[in-house]
Design a binder for this molecule. Structure first.
Ligand code: NDP
Length: 327
């Protein structure tokens, strides 16, 4: 049997947490044989609700689930953690300015970064799901100087999966027929889903769709999908977000297929003109437990403009949290 993996989930009593925890405990996060120790972090008033979820997890009698620890203490929650899924965040409420949101989240992610730095396992991998995910990941990373920066990531896999599904429906193919799709930039409405390098049945994807569909339907549909789901469901996407978090970590640990890549928010090394140190989405491969930015792609002017706009937004978010003293 492989060694147990300790997984910390923050915001465990929330909607995404509820859709996520049972899948982790059933073995879908890492692999079907890896035992799991779960640590659930919540704010004090949600600890009882998280304990209720823990009772249900117990009642599933998952063979791989070794332990569940529920706490409101970040130090305890991240002690020895191998995989940290940062789901809990301060949601944007009506009338809230972007700066207020960044401020509230700075207060959450800074202590979590410190706790990860103090006690996480040597191989810790961190995924920020809670929004604004890229900048929350950046704040966390800034407060964990002893952990390699590459271990801090932000989730754009849901955007990637949404783009796969839209393209598959348009071309009437299976999602497995699509390769090399990419999401660039911020997990926000400015993100850029890129079809120019994507392949369907071995042929370029952008050449198989009308330019008008690409620009006026595909890109806005993917970028605004979250809002469309809130509109239809009366609640934000939770199961699909949880599914994407599972995919992100599973791929990180188990690798991408030969000849394919995926999308993730990772620390920029300056590739493609994205300022070094920003956590921005790129096409990435995973090998030997590391995400790496795909190098050497040609970026046409249409893509360039959109990548630059999303990266400018990330730069602004970084400057705001800098001004607020969070990084
Ligand atoms: P959800 O579980 O629905 O969402 C949690 C976070 O994930 C939100 O910031 C949300 O952003 C974000 N998110 C990222 N991608 C998506 C997506 N595609 N669709 C929907 N959400 C996405 O929120 P709940 O309010 O149900 O639960 C949050 C929980 O976190 C609460 O139980 C709260 O107590 C807890 N919390 C815990 C903290 C901690 O552990 N220290 C700190 C703060 C909160 P968006 O708001 O933009 O939808």
């Amino acid at each position: 049997t492989p060694s147990p993996v300790t997984v910390t989930v923050t915001g465990a009593a929330g909607q995404i947490g509820y859709a996520l925890l049972f899948r982790i405990a059933s073995g879908q996060l890492i692999g079907p044989d890896t035992p799991i120790n779960l640590k659930l972090l919540e704010i004090p008033k949600a600890v009882t609700a998280a304990e209720g979820t823990a009772m249900e997890l117990t009642d599933c009698a998952f063979p791989l689930l070794r332990s569940i620890d529920v706490t409101d203490d970040a130090r305890r929650a991240f002690d020895g953690t191998n995989v940290a899924l940062l789901v809990g965040a301060r949601p944007r409420t009506q009338g809230m300015e972007r700066g207020d949101l960044l401020e509230a989240n700075g207060g959450i992610f800074k202590p979590q970064g410190e706790a990860i730095n103090a006690g996480a396992a040597e191989d810790v991998r961190v995924l920020a799901v809670g929004n604004p995910a890229n900048t929350n990941a950046l704040i966390t990373q800034a407060h964990a100087p002893d952990v390699p920066a590459e271990r801090f990531t932000a989730m754009t896999r849901l955007d990637h999966n949404r783009a796969l599904a839209q393209l598959a429906a348009k071309l009437d193919v299976g999602v497995n027929d699509i390769r090399k799709l990419a999401i660039w930039g911020n997990h926000s409405a400015t993100q850029y889903p890129d079809l120019f390098h994507a392949e369907v049945g071995g042929k370029n994807a952008a050449e198989q769709v009308e330019q008008s569909w690409l620009a006026d339907e595909f890109i806005p549909t993917v970028a605004k999908r979250g809002a469309a789901i809130i509109e239809a469901r009366g609640a934000s996407s939770a199961a699909s977000a949880a599914n994407a978090a599972i995919d992100h970590v599973h791929t990180w640990v188990n690798g991408t297929a030969e000849g394919d890549w995926t999308s993730a928010g990772v620390v920029s090394d300056g590739s493609y003109g994205v300022p070094e140190g920003l956590i921005s989405s790129f096409p990435v491969t995973a090998r030997d437990g590391r995400y790496e930015i795909v190098q050497g792609l040609d970026i046409d002017p249409f893509s360039r403009e959109r990548i630059d706009a999303s990266v400018a937004e990330l730069t602004e978010e970084r400057d705001t949290v800098r001004r607020l003293g969070y990084i």
